[in-house]
Design a protein around this ligand. Sequence first.
Ligand SMILES: [Zn+2]
Length: 333
Amino acid sequence: MPIVGKAELMQRVLRGIEASGWRWKMQNQNHPFRIAAFDQESRTNLVVYVWNITHGGGAARPEDEYRIQLTGVTPPLISLPDGPTLLMGWSEDWTLFAAFDARLHSRFSERSPSIQFRREVIDTAIASGVALHRRSNGEVVVVFRPEFLMTYAMNRDGFHAGSLAVVRRRQAVIEQISRTVEGIAVPAPPDAEIVGRDRIIKAANRALRDGSFKNRVLRAYGYACALCGMQFDVIDAAHIVPVERLVNFSTRNGLCMCPNHHRAYDKGLIVVEPSFSITVDQARLAYYKSHRRAEGEENLLGSIFRHLRVPANPLEQPAPNLLKLGMEIRREN
Ligand SMILES: [Zn+2]
């Protein structure tokens, strides 16, 4: 698991605030960070504690256990009247935040300053964008994509509250919303009445709809094909690893492509390497040539860049492991 430094962790938080559609002003660059966040209607002051999410470690711990370690700070956690204190872990691999209930950990023990959670909550967040998990001690852990950060921050207390039954129902509805928004058929769309009644589901609903995969990917790439720069609103938001293989609506599983390059990519003729290099599969090209189906080669392949044009925000760039998997799947076809 790649570990990033504190300065980068701060950047991840700031990019998350931006991806949520908010702006920020740094108030204190030392950890815990103090950040003023504002959008058109509201303003809040965040106290942000953030560490890398690491594997549980040690033979005595379960294999699927991950944790954050509250190192470098002394209890109690700072709590201010003009905004929430966020207690979070960040995973560079999964581009996800895991948020814990700062009020429960305010007086953490300096001798064993770590909070654990299970891998399954990460998997759920990868698939749905948000995952709520109630730990055996009653604490609700919230794992989410960066663009969900301010929705979480503004509703922090509500997200961490609720009985096991409430948390499970919220999670089930959130998964339904996510699949509906992304155009994957679900047996029944979420009950509008339930969405309307529960403040937390309502907030999640709004964020998931605003941040649909298509909108996020098109925006991140400036509405241009990452392979040739074509715009004109003819472009697609494509999944690097197809939904049939992996349900992952992260922007990092997306690529903006014009229809021709999208098809050529899916056919395995154009290959995007994990390093962002773009190459042509020479064996496939030779196949088309030998079958007299390579007319227009210059039009299709002459316009592609050597390197993918990716978004500047690293949280929106294609993930190398997904590009690799996408390459392998298309090579099999
Ligand atoms: Zn193109």
